[in-house]
Design a protein around this ligand. Structure first.
Ligand code: TLP
Length: 340
């Protein structure tokens, strides 16, 4: 089976498992796990923030950020297709009591579109208190925010009194693809979530970073959500290993995604916006029922996901080499034919 459903499907390498087995651990709720502390310090330094907090998932990181920045009834501005709106089980509404306003179209937006999404000030409006930006943007097909545009919207949000959060689940991909550093990209944001379990290939874990005061608040919220973990250095060790060994190779995933996209784009009945394939995610628009294409692909030995009625998403990762990516493209084209 070639599995292109997500870069979350990777399995820990044997070197990563060895690092996990060797990890020094302690009870992290007592603040006594040295490996967790090392991970939090290293990620905070990589992002140019004061502190980091190891959390179980990107979803938990985003939700703790929303809890830390907002009050019930507040509004969070996001780009179209935001992960928090689509894939976090409605947690923003359930736990923080916020609602979402969408800026612009297609996931990325500009200052005017942000301004249009901010509610005026009167007691009958929700208070727009947070801007959350996704880089890379998942549903937009792994798009990388142009640095200056991203920083301009953050500057505008701050001028309007909003807090700012970066959902950097794939910030590592954005940095590699654009030749900028994660710290440069994260610089103006109040908080940032990065994931270790996507392209980096760790089995679990994300790190939420920000100021010392923000992370102290976040630690309480993490406990409230049941995310206080104990001898979790075994997992932090996987993350540290991933950061050290799997970051630069993300460029390979991007090259494989491009090769996949170009091969698929040549087929009839299929459209791929090649200009938007910047990292490891490829959106493939099909003139067929996407779920039917997914099921035909599975029968042929390829796993992909439907991200819309006529859209397929394919994601390259650590466990997919160029040969597998090209074979995946061939099988997807065949599945589209069969789904007719
Ligand atoms: N995305 C997953 C699914 O949930 C859709 C995937 O397969 O791409 N922010 C962004 C931008 C993400 O893409 C994801 C995961 C998360 C947050 C959440 O991370 P986890 O899965 O660790 O909660």
């Amino acid at each position: 089976m070639i599995d292109l459903r997500s870069d979350t499907v990777t399995r820990p390498t044997s070197a990563m498992r060895e690092a996990m087995a060797r990890a020094e651990v302690g009870d992290d709720v007592y603040g006594e796990d040295p490996t967790v502390q090392r991970l939090e310090t290293e990620v905070a330094a990589l992002l140019g923030k004061e502190r980091g907090l190891f959390v179980s998932s990107g979803t938990m990181g985003n939700q703790i950020a929303i809890l830390g920045h907002c009050r019930p009834g507040d509004e969070v501005v996001v780009g179209e297709g935001s992960h928090s709106v689509w894939y976090e089980s409605g947690a923003g509404a359930a736990f923080a009591g916020v609602q979402f306003a969408v800026a612009g179209r297609g996931g990325l937006f500009d200052v005017d579109e942000l301004e249009a999404a901010i509610k005026p000030t009167a007691y009958w409006y929700p208070s727009t208190s947070l801007l959350a930006v996704e880089d890379t943007h998942n549903r937009a097909g792994g798009r990388v925010w142009p640095l200056e545009r991203m920083h301009a919207v953050v500057r505008h949000a701050k001028a309007r009194g909003l807090a700012t959060h970066l959902d950097g689940a794939r910030l590592w991909n954005a940095a590699v693809a654009s030749g900028t550093s994660p710290a440069e990209r994260a610089a103006p944001f109040d908080s940032v979530t990065v994931c270790l379990s996507k392209g980096l290939g760790a089995p679990v874990g994300s790190v939420l970073c920000g100021s010392a005061a923000f992370v102290a608040r976040a630690r309480r919220h993490r406990k409230m959500l049941g995310g206080g973990m104990r001898q979790v250095g075994v997992l932090a060790a996987a993350g540290l290993h991933a950061l050290l060994h799997h970051r630069a190779r993300l460029a390979d995933d991007h090259a494989h995604a491009r090769a996949f996209a170009e091969a698929v784009a040549r087929a009839p009945g299929v459209t791929v916006d090649l200009a938007s394939v910047e990292t490891n995610i490829v959106n493939v628009d099909v003139e067929r029922d996407a779920e039917r294409v997914v099921s035909c692909a599975r029968d042929l030995g390829l796993l992909v996901g439907a991200s819309g009625p006529r859209r397929i998403r394919a994601v390259t990762h650590l466990d997919v080499d160029r040969t597998a990516a090209l074979e995946g493209a061939r099988l997807l084209v065949r599945a589209v034919e069969l789904a007719a």
